[in-house]
Design a protein around this ligand. Structure first.
Ligand code: GA4
Length: 343
């Protein structure tokens, strides 16, 4: 069954019109495969974003990961600093990437492979073997979920080889990574609950009442699987120009189409712009993202089955590693795929 959670739609800029109702698409993975695959394709086309329920990742695995991450962030700054600076992997605070982007957060960025985790675990925990086994269990769960979703997408697109996308990320040389973001509590000055609840989306109306936790951007990889605690702040940008607050749901996962999936589908799916705005809350927001990426030398190119006879390729084929280099040479909000367009 596919249901929709109504949330207000919020237009960019100063338009103060009351927003229309909107529902984040919800995909139930226990549904019939043909229904789920059709719904996923539609959600990827319409929003590049959806929520999955009955995802198969055990609650215990998620809870343990959350505990390890919360333990790390609760340590003194001097201790956390030893796991940094993020270059790009490690512990980072306020600085994002290498080109001057800043956010009101601290984070950990890790390579999502067991060997690298074992090597780094001692800077994140006093019990490194537990930290790596908990993180590996979590990553196995979300990797499997990503593969399930990618297989359903292939089926929904009527591609015969249903592993055409999933094999890119199940390859043992995959370049996937894992990020945990921790946004400090934010209490707006002159706290006016009503005004905050109604206007938190409109950053231009009163910037002192909200803070950019993580600025707007698209994710460069194929898919992102996000799980957060119950503190809000995530917003996605729709094709028709609205920023939509996404109500948090600690039991479920949110899925984002990344730039590489946009290229793999020749623009049929578009990567979703999103951001995190710190909203009035005494509690900190913590989110964990698995970014599913192929090996550095894998080619990103739409399979012929994606195109019909009249469509031509929007992007020239590129290697993930070459794309990643461009990504890191640009700012967070930049549209990197433009550099790979066919003229
Ligand atoms: C956005 C998605 C992932 O968090 C990330 C980010 C990366 C980083 O923080 O190191 C980038 C950003 C992300 C895109 C543009 C570049 C690279 C920061 C930045 C300014 C890990 C990723 O892969 O790209």
């Amino acid at each position: 069954m596919v249901v929709a959670t109504p949330t207000p739609l919020l237009r960019r800029g100063n338009n103060k019109k009351k927003p229309a109702a909107f529902g984040v698409p919800i995909i139930d993975l226990s549904d019939d495969k043909s229904i789920a695959s059709e719904m996923i394709v539609k959600a990827c086309e319409d929003y590049g974003f959806f929520k999955v329920v009955n995802h198969g990742v055990p609650k215990k695995v998620i809870a343990r990961m959350e505990r390890e991450a919360a333990d790390f962030f609760s340590r003194p700054v001097s201790e956390k600093g030893r796991a940094g600076p993020a270059a790009p992997f490690g512990y980072g605070s306020k600085n994002i990437g290498f080109n001057g982007d800043k956010g009101d957060l601290e984070y950990v960025l890790l390579e999502a492979n067991p060997l690298s985790l074992t090597q780094r675990a001692k800077s994140f925990s006093n019990d490194p073997s537990t930290f790596s086994s908990v993180t590996n269990d979590y990553l196995s769960g979300v990797r499997k979920l990503s593969c399930d979703i990618l297989e359903l997408v292939a089926e929904g697109l009527w591609i015969e080889d249903n592993s055409i996308f999933s094999k890119l990320i199940s390859n043992s040389h995959n370049d996937s990574c894992f990020r945990v973001n921790h946004y400090p509590p934010f209490i707006a000055p002159n706290n006016d609950e009503d005004e905050l609840n109604n206007n938190h989306w409109d950053l231009s109306s009163n910037p002192s009442k909200s803070k950019v936790g993580f600025g707007e951007h698209t994710d460069p990889q194929i898919l992102t699987i996000l799980r957060s605690n119950d503190v809000s702040g995530l917003q996605i940008y729709t094709h028709d120009g609205f920023w939509i607050p996404v109500p948090p749901d600690p039991n479920e996962f949110f899925v984002f189409v990344g730039d590489s999936f946009q290229a793999l589908t020749n623009g049929r799916f578009t990567s979703v712009r999103h951001r995190v705005v710190s909203i009035n809350s005494w509690k900190s927001r913590m989110s964990m993202m698995y970014f599913a990426a192929p090996p550095l030398d894998a080619w990103i190119s739409a399979p012929p089955q994606i195109n019909n006879v009249i469509t031509s390729n929007i992007y020239r084929p590129f290697k993930w590693g070459d794309f990643k280099q461009i990504v890191y040479s640009l700012r967070l909000a930049d549209s990197r795929l433009d550099y790979f367009k066919n003229h």
